[in-house]
Design a protein around this ligand. Structure first.
Ligand code: PDD
Length: 277
């Protein structure tokens, strides 16, 4: 398959990096995952905006503007004749240079993007998933979509080892988000989620959920909830580009509501499907 590197298109197998690459040695870079439905990017503008915000936050200068970036991503889709459901993974690092914590003087960012098929997971979208709670041990700049994913990887692995789909993260009991998704609690017809501070990634699907809730006249309360609040929840769901709007039916030993995906969750799933078409 064809991948985008810098602003060129090459065969996937022809790309290689020197071992002194700052993404590899320091996690000194950022990334995006954008969902694709039938060969069309979903929430592309939101993702490209966040890519540039993340780059700016870690002082990487992307060598072209958002319009050019968007155009390159569209070209990538065309060159691969992509017509399936899938995702694009895109990564930008500070570049390749002899190892030194300090930014190298002369360095250009390494950029690549490639497509992968990703069918929708109808079964879990229908039935919901179980989750496990974990301490959020990440740093204080989680709004940056940084390559440093070790805490997220370890949390997700622990979830997997406990037959769970996701880890719900909390700082001193205050729920922030999940290892690779945002999390919501429904109580008495209102939806609660952590405010978009530096402690969470501002999800693009989270932005879409905000819009759907407004359209449905369902109040969104951007106030953090406590892990203890979950036992009184009517419904819970999570959101991300790969998971969409996904019902959460259990946390640790606590069954959420009646143990089945709730009504507001279903409404949002329908809104998502309409929007993504
Ligand atoms: N993860 N929070 C974290 C920590 C994430 O890694 C993600 C996305 C989200 C949801 O963001 P969005 O709605 O923009 O996809 C929230 C991607 C999918 C990943 O790392 O694979």
């Amino acid at each position: 398959s064809t991948i985008l590197t810098q602003s060129e298109f090459v065969d996937k197998d022809s790309l290689s990096y020197p071992f002194e690459e700052r993404g590899l040695q320091f996690g000194d870079g950022i990334y995006e995952v954008i969902r694709i439905y039938k060969g069309e990017y979903y929430l592309l503008t939101e993702h490209v905006d966040r890519l540039y915000r993340s780059a700016e936050a870690i002082k990487i200068k992307i060598p072209y503007n958002k319009e050019k970036m968007t155009d390159l991503l569209h070209q990538l889709m065309k060159k691969n004749n992509m017509e399936n459901d899938g995702k694009v993974y895109m990564q930008i690092t500070r570049g390749s240079a002899p190892r030194d914590h300090i930014f190298p003087q002369e360095v250009t960012p390494n950029i690549y993007a490639y497509l992968q098929d990703l069918p929708r997971n109808e079964k879990i979208l229908e039935n919901g998933v179980k989750t496990i709670s974990q301490r959020d041990v990440r740093w204080e700049n989680c709004y940056i979509k940084s390559l440093n994913l070790l805490p997220n990887v370890l949390a997700k692995q622990t979830a997997k080892e406990n037959n769970c789909y996701e880890a719900i993260l909390h700082r001193d009991g205050v729920v922030t988000e999940c290892s690779s998704s945002n999390i919501y609690l429904v109580k008495d017809g209102k939806v609660y989620t952590h405010p978009a501070t530096n402690n969470i990634l501002h999800g693009c699907v989270r932005m879409a959920v905000e819009r759907f809730l407004k359209e449905e006249n369902i109040p969104l309360i951007e106030e953090a909830f406590h892990i203890e609040d979950i036992q009184h929840a009517d419904e819970m769901f999570l959101s991300s580009s790969t998971s969409e709007v996904l019902p959460v039916i259990q946390l640790d030993n606590v069954v959420i509501g009646n143990g089945e995906p709730g009504e507001i969750t279903r409404t949002l799933q329908k809104a998502y499907e309409q929007d993504a078409k």
